[in-house]
Design a protein around this ligand. Structure first.
Ligand code: FRU
Length: 497
C-alpha cells in the first residue's frame, strides 16, 4: 500500500510542476519537477531508458525532508518526469530519504538502495542516525523492503560514525553478486569509504574499508562512486570542508577523482593520483553509469552547498539543476570529460570564423544566445608577441554579463559572474590553472539558459557555473588585450525550445 506522504507528494508535483513554464527552466539540463533538487540518485539504464532520481523537496525551493524525484530519458537531454519514487514515510527514514543508487536485479526488477535518516530521540535537532535501506520496483512504483534497514550501526567497523554513514553506490559484479560503497567518517570527521557485499542484493555484509582519508582531502566523504575504466580503478568522492590546495582544490565542498588500483583480495583501493573533477563553482556529488554502448557517463548536481542558501530574492518554483551528462575517460593518467555526444543531434545554425585577428573589443555576426555551443581556439596573432588577456562575455545586456577570461602569462582561466545580476555577495568567481598546448588554448563552451560549462583543451579540465541572469540577456562578445587569433564555431542548441 502506498503511504500518505508519497501519495501527497505525487499529487502535489503533478498539480504544481506543470505550472512552471518550460522557458523558466533550462532547455536540456534537468531541474526538479517542482521545488528543490540536490544530488543525482539511482542513475541507471533500465527497461530501455535512462532513469535519474534526485534528492527532492517538492514543497519548497529549499532543502528539507528529502524525497526521491524521478525522471526518464532516451538521450539524457530530454527528460520526462515520473511520479516521486520515495518519500520519508518510515520510522527509519522519517527525517529523509537521502542519496543512493539503482541496479537491475536478475529477475528484472529494479533495486534502489538509499540512506534512511532519522533523528536520535526523535528530536529534530538531535543527531542523525543514518542507515542503508532498499526499495524494489518496476521503474515507476517502489516498495521499501520489510528487512529495512539492511545496513546499520552493527555493520560499521570500529570507530566509524553511525551519524555519517550514507550514499550507497551499488553495482552488480559479473558473477551476479552485488557490492556497494558507502561514505562515512571517524570521530574527527575524517572521511572513509566502506565496501559491502551481498549475494542476492537483499542481505548485506561488511567487506572492507576501501580507503581512508589521510587528512588531505576535506573531512567527511559524501557520495562515492567506484568503477574500472581504461585499465584503472576510479573512485569519485565529494568531500566536505575542503581546504584549498593551490588551484587544484578550493574551500568548501568539492569533488575529487582518485585514479589508482583496487586490490580485490584485501578490498583496498590505492590511488596513484587525484584531481578535482570540476574546477568551476557549481558541481557536486556526481554519479556515473555505463551506457548500453559502453560509455561511462557522469552527471553531477550543478550547484554548491556554499552558495545554495544565498540565491536571489525572487522565489522561483524550482531550484537546482543537474550538469550536462559527460562522457568520461582516463587519458595521460587524468580524467577527461566531454559533453555527451547526443548533444550534437540538437545543433543548428552553425556559424564559423577562422583566423579572426583582433585586439580590443569584438562582436561577431551570428554569435549570440543563451542556448549555444561555442568551440574556440585562441592563440597569439604573432607567437613572438604574447597577449595579456582573452575575455568572453556572455548572458550580456547593457547592464549585466558574466565572464570567462584567460591570462596566458599565468595560464589562469577564470569564471566570473559578479555582474550577472545577482543581489547576493556569494562566491562569484573561480580560477583554474590550465595548460596551453602549442601556444593555444581550446575552450568548448556549453550555455544553457542558466548555466555555463567550459570543457578546456578537449576535456582535460571542466569549469561549471550557474547564473540567474534574465534570459533576455542574449549577448556574446569578446575582448583581447594584445593581438589574438581566434577560430570559433558556434551552434544554437535546442533552437526549437
Ligand atoms: C550530498 C548530500 C548527501 C546526502 C544528501 C542529502 O550533497 O549531503 O551526502 O545523502 O546530500 O540531501
Amino acid at each position: 500500500m502506498m503511504n500518505q506522504k508519497l501519495i501527497f507528494a505525487r499529487a502535489y508535483e503533478s498539480a504544481v510542476g506543470p505550472q512552471i513554464p518550460r522557458k523558466a527552466r533550462p532547455a536540456f539540463h534537468l531541474t526538479p519537477w517542482v521545488g528543490w533538487m540536490n544530488d543525482p540518485n539511482g542513475f541507471s539504464y533500465y527497461r530501455g531508458q535512462y532513469h535519474l532520481f534526485y534528492q527532492y523537496n517538492p514543497y519548497d525551493v529549499e532543502w528539507d525532508e528529502m524525497h526521491w524525484g524521478h525522471a526518464v530519458s532516451h538521450d539524457l537531454l530530454h527528460w520526462t518526469y515520473l511520479p516521486c519514487a520515495l518519500a520519508p514515510d518510515e520510522r527509519y527514514d522519517s527525517f529523509g530519504v537521502f542519496s543512493g543508487s539503482a541496479v537491475e536485479m536478475k529477475d528484472g526488477r529494479q533495486l534502489l538502495m538509499y540512506t534512511g535518516v532519522r533523528k536520535e530521540g526523535g528530536d529534530k535537532n538531535g543527531k542523525d542516525i543514518q542507515v542503508q535501506c532498499l526499495a524494489i520496483g518496476d521503474g515507476v512504483d517502489y516498495t521499501k523492503v520489510e528487512a529495512n534497514p539492511v545496513l546499520d550501526v552493527d555493520c560499521l567497523p570500529e570507530g566509524k560514525s553511525p551519524n555519517d554513514f550514507r550514499d550507497p553506490k551499488m553495482w552488480r559484479e559479473e558473477d551476479g553478486t552485488y557490492r556497494c560503497v558507502v561514505g562515512t567518517c571517524d570521530a574527527e570527521r575524517n572521511g572513509a569509504i566502506l565496501l559491502f557485499r551481498s549475494e542476492d542484493g537483499f542481505k548485506w555484509a561488511f567487506e572492507s574499508v576501501l580507503i581512508e582519508n589521510d587528512g588531505r582531502l576535506g573531512r567527511m566523504w559524501e557520495c562515492p562512486d567506484f568503477f574500472s575504466m581504461g585499465g584503472y580503478d576510479v573512485l569519485l568522492v565529494s568531500p566536505q570542508d575542503m581546504l584549498p590546495d593551490g588551484f587544484e582544490y578550493h574551500n568548501g565542498n568539492g569533488t575529487v577523482c582518485m585514479i589508482g588500483h583496487f586490490d580485490r583480495e584485501h578490498g583496498k583501493f590505492t590511488p596513484e593520483r587525484d584531481q578535482a573533477v570540476d574546477y568551476g563553482i557549481d558541481f557536486y556529488a556526481p554519479q556515473t553509469i555505463l551506457t548500453p554502448d559502453g560509455r561511462r557517463v557522469m552527471i553531477g548536481w550543478m550547484q554548491n552547498w556554499d552558495t545554495v542558501k544565498l540565491t536571489d530574492y525572487e522565489k522561483r518554483r524550482w531550484f537546482g539543476q543537474m550538469s550536462l551528462p559527460r562522457e568520461i575517460t582516463i587519458r595521460n593518467g587524468r580524467l577527461y570529460q566531454q559533453p555527451i555526444r547526443e548533444l550534437a543531434l540538437y545543433r543548428s545554425r552553425k556559424v564559423e570564423y577562422r583566423d579572426v585577428k583582433f585586439d580590443g573589443e569584438l562582436t561577431l555576426e551570428g554569435i549570440e544566445g543563451r542556448k549555444v555551443e561555442l568551440d574556440m581556439c585562441i592563440r597569439a596573432a604573432d607567437p613572438a608577441k604574447p597577449y595579456h588577456k582573452f575575455t568572453l562575455r556572455f548572458a550580456q545586456n547593457e547592464k549585466y554579463h558574466s565572464v570567462l577570461s584567460f591570462r596566458p602569462y599565468e595560464s589562469l582561466l577564470k569564471i566570473d559572474r559578479k555582474f550577472s545580476g545577482s543581489r547576493r555577495a556569494y562566491i562569484h568567481q573561480r580560477r583554474a590553472q590550465v595548460a596551453q598546448h602549442d601556444g593555444e588554448i581550446r575552450l568548448h563552451v556549453i550555455l544553457d539558459r542558466f548555466s555555463i560549462e567550459v570543457f578546456v583543451n578537449g576535456g582535460e579540465q571542466v569549469m561549471s557555473a550557474t547564473i540567474l541572469t534574465d534570459v533576455s540577456a542574449q549577448g556574446i562578445s569578446f575582448a583581447a588585450d594584445g593581438e589574438i587569433t581566434m577560430d570559433i564555431t558556434k551552434y544554437s542548441l535546442f533552437a526549437e525550445e
